[in-house]
Design a protein around this ligand. Structure first.
Ligand SMILES: Nc1ncnc2c1ncn2[C@@H]1O[C@H](COP(=O)(O)OP(=O)(O)OP(=O)(O)O)[C@@H](O)[C@H]1O
Ligand SMILES: CCCCCCCCCCCCC/C=C/[C@@H](O)[C@H](CO)NC(=O)CCCCC
Ligand SMILES: [Ca+2]
Length: 517
């Protein structure tokens, strides 16, 4: 290296894995790069080492953030300099997991309506630097991206799909890709018994929504630059997808939260307040908490008895998760923790391996992943796994407002939100919900009429404390039209440009990172 000098401080060292190099650029003697960028160089240095190249690489910053850093190497011989550039380029080309051509959908109306600006200012320059070419579609209406992917998009041209938006926008991409894959392979989505065919294209999420829990729970932070860098290095994170059915008819897919009662009511109320932006969830959350409605019905579920780990253990799904690497097919040898610590199950019946719980519920939530988000950094089910083929079914029975508030607040602290007598949680592969007052096909009519009747009565009697018969299902931020549903988990049906949350080094001193090459 005697023919080289780097612009990194003398005496420090810095190693970068090739897999985290983003690009290498040749510099002109005057500091300009071939792609038009310009860099100031000390005159003494350029005299002794007139040839130079710059390596852009991933640098880790605080709280799971990734940043793009540059280091420039100066060289006295042009041929040697070219050799280095050539060798690094060859190494980068050999990384076959990296995308070269991407299809990008931008929702200009998600979150704070910053999607377009976030993409153009923070993401597009990074993709260009890494020589990734893109076809960009700014959506014109809801379901534009879904329908384009389902029917028109020439998927063979691409190495992945990127969505700029929130969980709802991601859900559109999932619906488009999964439906297209099943259609191309002749698989009937309506049958819960059918094994769905996994999607080959990976999906990248550039967070620009209101909750962005899928990004947060797979990367550890909602930061567009970090997510773009995970796309560039070609990360891959498999994810479970739930299919939701009603009367043997497919309704929707869910990757994060399926919530009836509290989260369904929050969503139904918040949809009318989209103009408020992300704050609509705080407003509707508070309002729904005050209404304190409960809903009666029966939940049947097929417990995942053959997996290692339970919803109450302290292990967390992190990058390279051992449990997810085995598709959730591991058997621990111990009896499941839930059978040791199950709360009052007096009204539960076991039939053919299925459990049944009947009662009045404030919330019925199924979390296929932790659902961690800035509002709740540990999430609805902190020990849930991204890709183990199970979902955590959380049943919150009717309790006092005070106790429900304690339960909700525990989502924001270290305390265990499941350690309460009125809460139970089961790791399941399938479940069904049947609301008490409807068990036939005319459910929807009954529901619509019932809702109208109820809201009329309650408008007439504002102090009324009774609950309506039905809530709605919140399916990743979309309202479902039916209360009675059956749900099955499809293990690792999709893949993201992510790697799961990386463990933080114990003694990280990021204000003073080690640096030199
Ligand atoms: N051009 C568009 N006009 C109107 N709606 C759109 C458009 N493009 C997408 N949508 C819809 O907007 C809805 C919300 O978008 P998105 O998920 O990006 O933001 P959000 O709801 O604010 O965030 P989150 O889902 O994280 O809470 C999605 O369900 C999507 O179908
Ligand atoms: C009174 C104190 C209350 C404190 C409670 C904090 C609990 C927060 C848990 C948040 C869980 C989010 C689950 C993710 C759901 C997403 O699929 C969906 C679409 O983006 N978002 C919501 O439904 C938005 C849901 C927003 C709920 C508030
Ligand atoms: Ca899961």
């Amino acid at each position: 290296m005697s023919d080289f000098a780097s612009d990194v401080e003398k005496g420090t060292s810095h190693s970068v894995s090739v897999s985290e190099i983003l690009a290498v650029r040749e510099l002109d003697v005057d500091g300009g790069t071939k792609d038009g960028r310009w860099q100031k160089m000390p005159q003494k240095l350029t005299e002794a080492y007139p040839y130079a190249f710059t390596v852009s690489y991933v640098e880790r910053a605080r709280q799971h953030r990734w940043r793009c850093s540059d280091v420039t190497f100066h060289c006295s011989e042009g041929a040697l300099c070219q050799q280095w550039i050539q060798t690094i380029r060859e190494q980068l080309t050999a990384l076959t997991n990296r995308p070269k051509h991407l299809l990008v959908y931008i929702n200009p109306y998600g979150g704070k309506q910053q999607g377009k600006c976030i993409y153009e200012q923070k993401v597009a320059p990074l993709f260009a630097c890494a020589s990734i070419s893109t076809d960009v579609i700014v959506t014109e209406n809801a379901n534009h991206a879904r329908d384009h992917l389902k029917t028109e998009a020439e998927l063979k041209k691409y190495d992945g799909v990127v969505c700029v938006g929130g969980d709802g926008m991601f859900s559109e991409i999932v619906h488009g890709l999964v439906s297209r894959t099943q259609r191309d392979n002749g698989v009937d989505q309506n049958s819960l018994e059918e094994k769905l065919v996994p999607c080959t294209l990976r999906i990248g999420i550039i967070p620009a929504g209101s909750t962005d829990c899928i990004c947060y729970a797979t990367v550890g932070i909602n930061d567009p630059v970090t997510s773009a860098l995970h796309v560039i290095v070609g990360d891959s994170q498999p994810m479970d997808v739930c299919s939701v059915h009603h009367n043997n008819t497919f309704l929707r897919y869910s990757v994060s939260l399926l919530g009836y009662g509290f989260y369904g009511d929050v969503l139904a109320d918040s949809e009318r307040k989209r103009w408020m932006g992300p704050a609509r969830y705080d407003f509707s959350g508070f309002k729904t908490f005050l209404t304190h409605h409960h809903y009666e019905g029966a939940v049947s579920f097929l417990p995942a008895t053959d997996t290692l780990g339970t919803p109450r253990d302290k292990t967390r799904c992190r990058a390279g998760c051992f449990i997810c690497q085995h598709d959730g097919q591991l058997y621990s040898g111990d009896s499941p923790e839930e059978s040791k610590t199950a709360p009052d199950v007096s009204d539960r019946e076991y039939e053919m391996g299925w459990g049944v719980v009947r009662g009045k519920f404030l919330a019925i939530n199924a979390a296929s992943m932790s659902c961690a988000c800035p509002r709740s950094p540990k999430g609805l089910s902190p020990a849930a796994h991204l890709a183990d083929g199970t979902t955590d079914l959380i049943l919150v029975r009717k309790c006092s407002r005070f106790n429900f508030l304690r339960h909700l607040l525990r989502h924001t602290s270290k305390d265990d939100q499941f350690d309460m007598t009125f809460v139970e949680v089961h790791r399941v592969r399938r479940f069904r919900f049947t609301p008490r007052h409807c068990q036939n096909d005319s459910e929807l009519d009954l529901r619509e009429n019932g809702k109208q009747l109820f809201s009329q009565i309650c408008r007439d009697h504002p102090a009324c404390s009774c609950s309506p018969a039905y809530s709605s299902w919140n399916c990743d931020g979309e309202i479902l039209p039916h209360a009675a549903i059956e749900v099955g988990v499809h293990c690792q049906l999709i893949k993201l440009f992510a790697r799961g949350i990386e463990e933080q080094p114990l003694f990280e001193d990021l204000a003073n990172p080690p640096c030199a090459l």
